[in-house]
Design a protein around this ligand. Sequence first.
Ligand code: FAD
Ligand code: SF4
Length: 491
Amino acid sequence: MSVNYKELKKDRSLEWREELRNSISAKERVKGVRVKMSENSPEVRATNFFEVNNGISPEEALLEAKRCLDCPTPTCISGCPVNINIPGFIKQIEKGDMAMAAIVLKSTNALPAICGRVCPQETQCEERCIYNKLGQPPVAIGNLERFTADTERLSGKMSIPEVGEPNNIKVAVVGSGPSGLTTAGELAKYGYDVTIFEALHEYGGVLVYGIPEFRLPKEIMRVEIENLKKMGVKFVNNFIVGRTVSFEDLKAEGFKAFFIGSGAGLPKFMNIPGENLINIFSSNEYLTRVNLMKAFKFPEYDTPIVRGKNVVVVGGGNTAMDSVRTAKRLGADRAMIVYRRSEAEMPARVEEIHHAKEEGVEFLNLNNPIEYIGDETGRVKQINIQKMELGEPDDSGRRRPRPISGSEYLLDVDVVVVGIGTAPNPLIQQALPELEFTAWGTVVVNDNMQSVSRPDIFAGGDIVRGGATVILAMGDGKIAAESMHKYIQNL
Ligand code: FAD
Ligand code: SF4
C-alpha cells in the first residue's frame, strides 16, 4: 500500500475520538495498570542472542492504549524529537484500526519498529506523559509504537510512502545509518534519484554493526531497506566516499547535493599505560566482530572473537551495556562494568542497565582504570583501578568524578572492552577540508543541516552531534532532506 503521509489530516477533531474519550471515564482509565512487556528469563537469554523482549499481545496493547487519556494538550508529543502524534496513533489502537495506527505513526517516524525498541523513552516522550504528575507510570508509548510497527510488518502489508514524480535529479547520501536512511526516504518522496553509498557490506549503520541482535533483530532493518528500495532508493555498498571516489568525482557524475550521515565511528580511548596490550578492544571492534561479522558463530563464520572469562567493559552508556551483555553471552563468568561515576549519571537507557543486572553483570561504579598490566605474552591480565567519589557538577550537569588517593587495587581480567565514546572518523575532514568542523571533528551546520561553508553539502546525525541517538539522527535527516530540496529548487 502506497500512502501520501503528507496529506494525512490531524485527526484530533474526529467524532470517534470524542466517543472513545467518553466510552470510559478518565477515572477508569487512570485505574489501569501499565502493561509490562514479557521478557525471556535472564538465565536463558544470557546464553543466546535472541531478542530479550517479546513484545505485547493485542489484548495488552488495547489495555495500555485505554490508559491514554487523550489529553486536550498532549505534553508527550513535545518530548519526542520528531513530534509523533502520540495520542493519534494510540487512539487508533484503541479503535482497533491497526493499519491507520501505523500510518499515523509513520507520517512522522519512518522507523517506528526501531525507535520503539531503542529510544530512551524515559527521558523523552514518556517523561512528559501526564501520568508522571499523577504519581503513576507513564503510558508505555515505546511498547505501543513497537507493537504497531511489528503488527504492520508481520501482516506482510506494510504501507510505503508515496514517491513523487521522478525529477531525474541525482542526490547522494553518504552512510546508511538512521540519518542517511531517513534523508533518502524523504528525498525519494520529492521524486529525487537518490543513491546511498555505504562503506560496509551491510546497510543500517550502528543499527546493524553496533546494537546487538538481542536488542534489535537485523531482520527489522532488512525490511526497512527493502521498502526504501521499493521507493526507488539505490544502494551501493563497500563504497567509501572520499576514498573509493571523491566528492568531486560524484559531482562530475551529476550529483547535485550530498547528505553526509557518516556517523561517529572512531573509538575513543583513555590513553592510559598498557592500553595497547592484546585483548583490549574498542566497543566498536568488539561489537562489529560479533554483530556484523557473526563472530559468535565462529568457525561457521570466519571472524574470531576472544571469549574471556573475566571481562571488563569500561563505560556507562548504551555501547558499554551492549558490550558487557555480549561478553556475558560469549560465556564470561564475570562480566563487569567499570564506570567512573555512579549509576545515577549513567547515560545508558534504564532498561539496558536493568537487563544487564538481571543477566548477572557486575557494576563496579565509581571505579576508574588507571593502568593495564600484561603477562609475558603481551596479553592483558590485570587492571589497576582507582576508586572515585563525586564532586560538583561539570559542564554536562553530571557530578564530576574525583579520584580517591590510595584507593587503587588490582583486578584480574583476560578481556577488556573500552566503550567510553566515539568521535567522527577524520576521513570526511580529509576529503572535504573546505568544510567547517568543530574541535571534536563534527561538521558545523546551520539550522537547516546545511554546511556553513559549502552549500551543496548537508549533514546530520552523529557526524554533527557526536555520539547521540537514533531518533535525533532521524530528525536531522528529515530537516536535511527538506533543505536539500529547497537548495536544489533554487539552483
Ligand atoms: P551511523 O548509525 O553511525 O551510520 C553511519 C554509517 O555511515 C555507517 O554505516 C558507516 O559505515 C557509514 N560511513 C561512514 N563513513 C562513510 C563514508 N566515507 N562513505 C560511505 N559510508 C560511510 N541510540 C539510541 O537512540 N538508542 C540506543 O539504544 C542506542 N544504542 C547504541 C548502541 C551502540 C553500540 C552504539 C554505538 C550507539 C547506540 N546508539 C543508540 C546511538 C545511535 O545508534 C547513533 O546515534 C545513530 O546510529 C547515529 O546515526 P547516524 O546515521 O548518524 O550514523
Ligand atoms: Fe517516544 Fe522515540 Fe517514539 Fe518519539 S520516536 S514517541 S521519543 S519512542
